[in-house]
Design a protein around this ligand. Sequence first.
Ligand SMILES: [Zn+2]
Length: 337
Amino acid sequence: MSAQALIFSAAQQAFNGQHYVLEKTVAVGNGSAIIRFRANGTGPTLPAAKVLGGTPPSGRYIAKTWFGGAYPQAQEVQLLQSLAWSEHVVKLVNLPNNPFTNNHYVVMEFLSGGSLEDFKNDVGQVIPTKVLWSIFLCLVKACIAMAYPTKKVGQGVVPEEIYPDVEPDNLAHRDLHPKNILFDIYDPNGREHDMAPRVKLVDFTRAERLDKVEAFHKTDERDWDRYHGFASQPQTGKRNPGIDHNILSIGRVMAYMLGPAQSRLLSAVEYRIRLEDDDVSPSVELLDIIRRCLAVNPVNRPRLEVLLQRVQSRVYHDTTKQHMDNYLRRSWIKQGI
Ligand SMILES: [Zn+2]
């Protein structure tokens, strides 16, 4: 029996099919698996589904389960609860009549648009620069959410924001690659997500709070940071190892999105080598900022507020409503994994 089939069979044992139908094992990773299920349309369960953070339920959900250890999910669930109000992090779902009969399964929203890796493979080499800026802004906002967890105020939610007077959290995702970044459904009303659906981070299994300043090689710093002149304008102010780590990670993801399809798990060094080729991006500004995110010495990476300001200004720069054409839009809103 395959791992997928074994996990599905175990889920069937723990599943009450009165209001929901188990669909498939979507993924099996290191010590965890994802199973998809949907409401079967009977009973009043669906409208009452409570989603932390307020996204309306789609009728499909995923359940994450862990194996080979006693409840390793506790930390991840706690983190997802603390990040519940971010628009750029997967949400926990509190289902009425939860179909799982034991607590080894944690229910989350189903993000139907597929991963950045799926998208890259579907669209091929050339992704419009405007779309890349849009994805980049979502990733910057996810970094802000990890540093300054979004709060609910009264009935509303304050979107991801930097609070200069607040000591930021040093939470690093530590597994931020294009398969752990998923597209939500396309929201035609969201100005910021006009060019591409919002992306959200999933899988906080390896997330950790980092206290130590990252080690690096002086030679690499000379060959990359100094060569590109990043070290000539040292950033001032206190650094945060969690934020610095996340910025390097989103730099790697953006480097992956440029140029021809490649492995999603290249090292920072390998991505730096790829970015030496000026042909990887038609936008000098985009290339420059991604290179800075990949700075060897963390103090040469852009500060979160500088990164937000630069990327946001590119997303909002063009005021014409230049929608992407239907062909492209269809290809990245893939229904069903
Ligand atoms: Zn976004």
